[in-house]
Design a binder for this molecule. Structure first.
Ligand code: UDX
Length: 435
């Protein structure tokens, strides 16, 4: 099968490289010439473990190529649409401009028997509309909606070994389903569950999964608020309830909350779409999930102010961690970067560091001071804030850092440090949801 992957962002670039790894001939298409140039040179435009090796393998074997020229899709039979669906400016809904533009462009080259596979996260109802557009232009082409569940930092593993495959189809798509089964043959042979359903269910699976994950995180962060009010410890609470297999310990880490390019925008787009469908009441709880999440950022700033003696004015604050989660250089809606910027706006002088996300952060908030090393960041600091749980921050030595700072105050925004160890070295340790 010759495959095109339209949209070479996080989702598309990883998908293209993984499909080439599985032995398919793949061409990645994107309108951004810089991105295509970088990918063609074997450089992923984002940090993702395993991507450099996979890109090199695909390019060396010539099974993987990249281009800005959509005409290349005329030589392919299966076309994955993997463009972004960001939040609309000033509204909660998803912006479908890129999906629509990609499909319109692709329609010019579609041939009878071609399969279009939708991977982008879209509001329920979109696939039905896109399928009608395809049928009008090329009645013998078929659309399958096949959402993607990859996590940044594990994107390659999640694509090669998915938990499940979901195909949303219309009746009469049997041949297309067989072809897609062939593409995912390796995973299916390993017994990966495959759910064959309609368009609407397939679209909803994706947003429902993200809404559930966001709710789980905000649930434990709501418990953290109650713990703060009552002197209890949310980390022990999470461990204890997590032993119940019906609850499970995963995604129960209380702290600064969720961010990134998916969960925040996806729950907002889901609420907006439910409103359009007249089902807004069903999702009003997601507004609270969003608010709880945002309150954690404000609470973290309050903790910084408290350890600094009641004011942030003129205080030097070391921020360790800017990425929205460890093993990523992504700062889209990053709680850590948002807190760093707020601290600066409230009069502190912030020196921020991150193992991978300094360059991306500097593009968004050039007024912050950045440094590549922890040592430089913490020198003469009035408070140290750990805002992304990178392993190298978890491994920091409280005694070594003690000699560098102006005052030994540490705020653990991710409940990732051992309070006993830090307090034993004379640090004032504060965290979210812990005494
Ligand atoms: C998420 C979904 O997990 C993935 O299935 C979907 O396809 C895309 O969105 P991702 O954005 O890569 O993936 O990040 P994820 O690992 O889910 O983390 C999201 C955010 O939640 C991060 O900011 C993380 O720090 C936070 N988080 C996660 C918590 O605050 N507590 C937790 O217990 C887990």
């Amino acid at each position: 099968m010759r495959i095109s992957v339209i949209g070479c962002g996080y989702l598309g670039a990883v998908h293209a490289a993984c499909m080439a790894h599985l032995g398919h001939e793949v061409v990645g298409v994107d309108v951004n010439a810089g991105k295509i140039e970088s990918l063609s040179a074997g450089l992923a435009p984002f940090f993702e473990p395993d991507m450099p090796a996979l890109l090199a393998e695909g390019l060396d074997s010539s099974r993987l190529t990249f281009t800005t020229d959509m005409a290349i899709t005329a030589t392919c039979n299966v076309h994955f649409i993997a463009v972004g669906t960001p939040q609309k400016k000033g509204e909660n809904g998803a912006d479908l401009r890129f999906v629509e533009a990609a499909l319109e462009d692709l329609l010019r080259y579609l041939k009878p028997g071609d399969i279009v596979v939708g991977k982008s996260t879209v509001p329920v109802g979109t696939a039905e509309r896109l399928s009608a557009m395809i049928r009008t232009n090329m009645p013998d082409a078929t659309l399958i909606w096949n959402p993607e569940f990859l996590r940044e930092g594990f994107a390659v593993a999640d694509t090669l070994n998915p938990d499940r495959l979901v195909y949303g189809t219309r009746t009469g798509s049997e041949t297309a389903v067989e072809i897609l089964d062939g593409i995912y043959g390796a995973a299916l042979e390993r017994g990966t569950p495959r759910i064959l359903t309609d368009f609407a269910t397939a679209e909803l699976v994706k947003v429902a999964a993200n809404a559930f994950l966001a709710t789980k995180i905000s649930f434990i962060n709501a418990m953290a608020e109650v713990c703060e009010a009552s002197g209890a410890d949310v980390s022990q609470l999470a461990d204890a309830i997590g032993y119940d297999p019906r609850i499970g310990r995963k995604f129960l880490n209380a702290g600064l909350g969720f961010g990134g390019g998916c969960l925040p925008k996806d729950i907002r787009a889901f609420m907006a779409r439910a409103g359009e469908l007249g089902a807004d009441q069903a999702l009003t709880f997601l507004r609270e999930v969003d608010s709880i999440n945002m309150r954690r950022r404000a609470r973290t700033i309050d903790l910084a102010r408290e350890v600094c003696g009641g004011t942030l004015l003129g205080k030097r604050i070391a921020v360790l961690g800017l990425a929205f989660k460890p093993n990523s250089d992504d700062v889209r809606d990053s709680p850590a970067l948002s807190v760093a910027a707020q601290l600066q706006l409230q009069g502190a002088s912030v020196v921020a560091s991150d193992p991978k996300a300094v360059a991306n952060s500097a593009k968004r908030f050039p007024e912050l001071e950045f440094t590549e090393t922890v040592i430089e960041a913490v020198k003469r600091a009035d408070a140290v804030m750990v805002l992304t749980e990178w392993q190298e921050y978890i491994d920091l030595s409280p005694s070594e850092l003690r000699g560098l700072v102006a005052s030994p105050n540490i705020v653990d925004g991710r409940n990732c440090l051992d309070p006993t160890k830090w307090r034993a070295e004379g640090w004032i340790y504060r965290a979210l949801g812990r005494p």
